[in-house]
Ligand binder design. Structure first.
Ligand code: F6P
Length: 320
């Protein structure tokens, strides 16, 4: 394999740059050429692509976002869009493609592989951590640390004012970020889409804590479980406690990646190139029990990754 393309797609995540760097440098190390595709599959369709060199990825390992930019491409969902992308595969002489992104990006990559046979390897990059075939996706660790940092700060002011705070975190329709940040941040309750919850129970717990002399509380709400604003309103109405709501939103998507995410991205980026070189394509690389592994792309697309309910229960026990 002489020339490969690389793109980032879907929501950005901290560590995507470290993954691009690993793909570019590993490929060049083995004598290959790399074409950077801008703005995800949109750039693929429009031919917004250019050769990358060692210097193209200098000074980015520590930077959040993605130097290739990203998009959620509607056009790539159409046969016409993918046909135009295929013309660019031909025009730029691509023999393989690395897609760094989440579930939607892998679906696009899988479809393209099925239709046109271009060898593809996926690297999980999303703060949501909702990709099967890996314990961690690139950006999750950073997002969790960002959320925990926010919870620490909120705890300071919650204590001073003796308030109840609702902190809404991202995660789409999963509770990975909520469980990890809630446990690490010492939240009283964690609301996730995977588990039913009762506002009565949550309010009872708050009141029990209040009677024990606990004057502030933090409740972490996954965006897929409920609206933080609505939960805040309900709790205020039911308990009468001074209740505030903070929605962390896109703060969780930015910032310098943690060392964990940089190392993960470097390992997965390098392995993706190795797989393309070995002709082991239509794969997703991941980290399972500390080891870099490969999974079938179509299996990963079809599988729903489950949150660790033991971790969820532990958080609940420790917040008794
Ligand atoms: O998939 C990453 C993510 O940040 C989700 O947690 C969130 O639901 C979604 O993207 C937000 O998407 P957008 O940036 O397009 O509003």
């Amino acid at each position: 394999m002489q020339r490969i393309g690389v793109l980032t797609s879907g929501g950005d995540s901290p560590g995507m740059n470290a993954a691009i760097r690993a793909v570019v440098r590993k490929a060049i190390y083995h004598g290959m050429e790399v074409i950077g595709i801008k703005r995800g599959f949109n750039g693929f369709i429009e031919g917004d692509m250019e050769p990358m060199h060692l210097g193209s990825v200098a000074d980015i390992v520590h930077r959040g976002g993605t130097i290739l930019h990203t998009a959620r491409s509607e056009a790539f969902k159409t046969p016409e869009g993918r046909a135009r992308a295929w013309e660019n595969v031909d025009r730029f002489g691509l023999q393989g493609l690395v897609v760094i992104g989440g579930d939607g990006s892998f679906q696009g990559a899988g479809l393209f592989h099925r239709e046109y046979g271009l060898p593809v390897v996926g690297i999980p990059g999303t703060i949501d951590n909702d990709i099967a075939g890996t314990d961690f996706s690139i950006g999750f660790d950073t997002a969790v640390n960002t959320a925990v940092d926010a919870i620490n700060r909120i705890r300071d002011t919650a204590t001073s004012h003796e308030r109840t705070f609702i902190v809404e975190v991202m995660g789409r329709d999963t509770g990975f970020i909520a469980i990890a940040s809630g446990l690490a941040g010492g939240a009283e309750s964690i609301l996730i889409p995977e588990q039913p919850f009762s506002l009565d129970d949550i309010c009872d717990k708050l009141c029990r804590g209040y009677r024990r002399g606990k004057l502030h509380s933090i409740i972490v709400v996954a965006e897929g479980a409920a609206s933080g604003l609505e939960i805040g309103k309900q709790i205020k109405e039911r308990t009468g406690f001074d209740t505030k709501v903070t929605i962390l939103g896109h703060l969780q998507r930015g910032g310098t990646p943690t060392a964990f995410d940089r190392i993960l991205a470097s390992r997965l980026g390098a392995r993706a190139v190795e797989l393309l070189m070995a002709g082991r394509t239509s794969k997703v690389v991941g980290l399972v029990a500390g080891e870099v592994v490969e999974s079938d792309l179509h299996r990963v697309i079809g599988e729903k990754k489950k949150v660790d309910l033991n971790l969820y229960r532990l958080a609940s026990i420790l917040a008794i």
